[in-house]
Design a protein around this ligand. Sequence first.
Ligand SMILES: [Zn+2]
Length: 66
Amino acid sequence: MARETYKDFDATELYCPLCKRAVRVCKRLLLIVPQGEKYDYTCESCGTSVGDKLVTMRDNARIVRK
Ligand SMILES: [Zn+2]
């Protein structure tokens, strides 16, 4: 299995305001913008969006891929 090597904000747990606790989140690609790719993090329990992240092309360049 491929192992993620980048270390920036790759959260697997975030605080969910609805569940009122830190929850496991699902990361999904929201949209691709000229600056990079925008990811959305949703609560695994209730599906609420709890955060997002913009991965810029510069960030992607640091991701080591085989
Ligand atoms: Zn939740």
